[in-house]
Design a protein around this ligand. Structure first.
Ligand SMILES: Nc1nc2c(c(=O)[nH]1)N[C@@H](CN(C=O)c1ccc(C(=O)N[C@@H](CCC(=O)O)C(=O)O)cc1)CN2
Length: 298
C-alpha cells in the first residue's frame, strides 16, 4: 500500500480563496477585517512565519497592523500594547507570535487579549468554550488538522483517534475537536506506556510531539490517516538543512492510507486558519448583522 498524500498547500489555498471571497463581501458592508501582529525579538523562524501571515492577510484583502518589538520588551509593556489593541475598532484579531523571549510571562500576555479578538484561540475563555462544545475560536493548527482529516473522510463517528502530544495549543484542542466529531480519542504523551501499540490502534493518528521521526512506520495501523504536525529542522545526509516531521514519512508511506507531508502539510493550514479566524472575529463583532461565519465544512 502507498499512502495518499494530503496536500496542505492546495487545501490552504482553497481556504484562503474562501476567506478572500468573504472578506470582499464584508468590505461591501464597510468592514475590513483587521489583524494586529505582534512579534517580539529576532527569532528567524518566527520572522518567516509572521512575514507569511502578513503577506497572506494582505493578499486575502485583510488589513494588518505590524508591531515588531525588541527582545528586551518586558511583560508589562506587551500587556499595555495588547490592551491598546483590544480597544481599537479596526483591529478584529490580535496575534502574539510564540515563542516570546525568555523572561516574558507568555501566559499573562495571552490572558490580556480580549477573547473576542483572540484569533489564535489560546485564551482560557476560548479553550473553555471549545471544551464545553460552545461557539469558540479554535487554535489554528488543530483546526487546520481537522480540515485536512475531513478532506480524507467525513465519516469520523466512532473512529479511534490518537493524538500524540498534550500541548495547550495543539494536542489538547485537537483532542477536543476530534471528540466533537464523535471520535474515540486518546491523548498520548511522554509518560504513556507502550506508545507504539497505542498508535497501532489509531485509525486517525495526529503526531504533535516536536521530535523528528519519533513515530516509526510500523507504529501505523494499515490504512490510517496520519497527520504530522511536527516541523523539525535537521541536517540531511548532504549536510543541508532539512525539515522533517514527527513521523518517519518514508517508512509510514507503506502503512498509512493517507498522510500529510512536511513541509506542505499542516504548516500552510495554520496560516490559512488564522485568516479564517480573523474574518470570523470581524463577523462576530457585528453580532449577527454580517451573515454566517466561514465554516470548516464547505
Ligand atoms: N501565535 C502563534 N505562534 C505560533 C503558532 C501559532 O499558531 N500561533 N504556530 C507555530 C508557528 N507557525 C505559526 O505561527 C507556523 C509554523 C509553520 C508554518 C508553515 O507553513 N510551515 C511550512 C514550512 C515553513 C519553513 O520552511 O519553515 C510547512 O510546513 O510547509 C506556518 C506557521 C509556532 N508559533
Amino acid at each position: 500500500m502507498t499512502a495518499t498524500l494530503i496536500d496542505g498547500r492546495a487545501v490552504a489555498e482553497r481556504l484562503r480563496e474562501r476567506v478572500a471571497a468573504r472578506t470582499a463581501e464584508l468590505a461591501r458592508h464597510g468592514v475590513i477585517p483587521g489583524l494586529a501582529v505582534v512579534l517580539v525579538g529576532e527569532d528567524p523562524a518566527s520572522q518567516v512565519y509572521v512575514g507569511s501571515k502578513t503577506k497572506q492577510a494582505a493578499a486575502a484583502g485583510l488589513k494588518h497592523f505590524d508591531h515588531r518589538l525588541p527582545a528586551s520588551t518586558g511583560t508589562s509593556e506587551l500587556i499595555a500594547l495588547v490592551e491598546q489593541l483590544n480597544g481599537r475598532a479596526d483591529v478584529h484579531g490580535i496575534l502574539v507570535q510564540l515563542p516570546l523571549p525568555a523572561g516574558v510571562d507568555s501566559a499573562a500576555v495571552l490572558a490580556a487579549i480580549d477573547p473576542a479578538k483572540d484569533v489564535d484561540g489560546f485564551h482560557a475563555v476560548n479553550a473553555g468554550r471549545l471544551a464545553l462544545g460552545q461557539d469558540a475560536t479554535v487554535p489554528c493548527t488543530p483546526l487546520g488538522c481537522l480540515i485536512l482529516i475531513r478532506e480524507v473522510t467525513r465519516d469520523l463517528a466512532g473512529k479511534r483517534a490518537v493524538v500524540v502530544g498534550r500541548s495547550n495549543i495543539v494536542g489538547k484542542p485537537m483532542a477536543q475537536l476530534l471528540l466533537q466529531n464523535d471520535c474515540t480519542v486518546t491523548i498520548a504523551h511522554s509518560r504513556t506506556r507502550d506508545l507504539p501499540q497505542l498508535c497501532r490502534e489509531a485509525e486517525i493518528l495526529v503526531a504533535a510531539i516536536g521530535r523528528p521521526k519519533a513515530i516509526a512506520g510500523d507504529w501505523i495501523r494499515p490504512g490510517a490517516i496520519v497527520i504530522d504536525v511536527g516541523i523539525n529542522r535537521t541536517v540531511g545526509a548532504d549536510g543541508k538543512s532539512k525539515l522533517v516531521g514527527d513521523v518517519d514519512f518514508d517508512a509510514a508511506l507503506s502503512h498509512a492510507g493517507a498522510i500529510t507531508p512536511v513541509p506542505g502539510g499542516v504548516g500552510p493550514m495554520t496560516i490559512a486558519c488564522l485568516l479564517m479566524n480573523t474574518v470570523n472575529a470581524a463577523i462576530r463583532s457585528r453580532a449577527g448583522t454580517l451573515g454566517p461565519l466561514i465554516g470548516v465544512s464547505q
